[in-house]
Ligand binder design. Sequence first.
Ligand code: ZN
Length: 448
Amino acid sequence: MKNSNAQIAQSLFEELYPICRSITGNGVRETLRILQEYAPWNIHEFSSGTQVFDWTIPEEWNIADAYVKDEKGNRVIDFRVSNIHVLNYSEPVQGKFSFFELREKLYTLPEFPEAIPYRTSYYNRDWGFCLTQNQYDMLDPYSDYEVCIDSTLEPGSLSLADMELLGNEGKKTYIISTYCCHPSLCNDNLSGPILTTLLYRAMKKMDLRHNYRFIVAPETIGIVTYMHANESFFKEVDGGFVITTTAGPGEFGAKMSFLNNADVDRVVRLSFSERNMKFREYAFAPDGSDERQYSSPAFRIPIATITKDKYYEYREYHTSKDNLDFVSGDNLSETLKLYISAIEKIEMNGVYKVLEGRGEIQLGKRGLYPTVSGHVKQFAHKNIESSLNIVGDIVYSNPIDAISWFLFYADGNTDLITVSEKSGVPVEQLYEVAKKMLHEKVVVQVES
Ligand code: ZN
């Protein structure tokens, strides 16, 4: 188990969690630098004030400390305890405020009184503190409070990173994208850059046919910046995945692309169904994450997302309770298996044409009819109920069924993903059959 994906994920969670990130600043830079120790991310900087499509890169934000002190000098709200206590992107402030003045700058979650909410103010200059309702209730309305936010907002740059895996055919290009702008929050969003980094490492070991571009950037402004700098590249992208909220304790989910039946959608559904796994399917909506940019009218790239405790859907979302206790490296590595499975299906897909198309192929005379034990993988029972947290093995179909379905659709028009959807035979099993039939010169591959 040494250096398993689960262990690397767990140690990255622990290393990255304390860092105060935002859409710009040293927290993001430090995060990208740590990720570089695990995969060859190329870091790029874009200057404040740069116009990127309809947006402008804001001034860079950095913060050293922040607190609210009572009259005895106790830090009753303390950035050192949790960096989400500060309204993210707060301008600097120093001074004494009455409770009633301070109250206007405080954010709580009355319905979840022990959690600190996460709030930002990127594009309106403002300051504030986020605290638990329980902390708020302890404040004295008749006291004055000393407030300090030791932050800077100055011309600087926005940091993001990318890397690439080029396939040996390179006919199709996919993006695998995530964001890195949330401070000490685990499922949303540290689980995204960690899974994306581990997915790269897994895919680097594959013999890939297609091209893949990996991107980690601050959400929205970072991706808009990256697309602005790489506009012609994005005109050629066939599809992709936005990686977010992958490591919670709850149910698996998948958000589909605006097309709903793009190859990225179909391989995600098959990755669950081939394992008889339950998951919650979310139809496309123009909300969520950076699919909003990738799928916008000028680009229309279909994007799918596999989640484990999807953003918006869990109580701890965007609060201090989305912490190291909420996520685990084990959970993340289960979601990673599903992404790897989806990528493998994209890679295995292909269209085949049978050379003798009149009637059925006589398999017996070619030695292709499976014996009792089967030339293909052993047939497994289809009644396996996967538990919520474990991504089980693919449940193979009867080998004769697999051959029959493959040959029936070896018509030069139907790809393996479609055959799998129509037959219930896993793509992996159809691919094994295809390789055998190619070898025996029963079929030719007409398209990849
Ligand atoms: Zn978020």
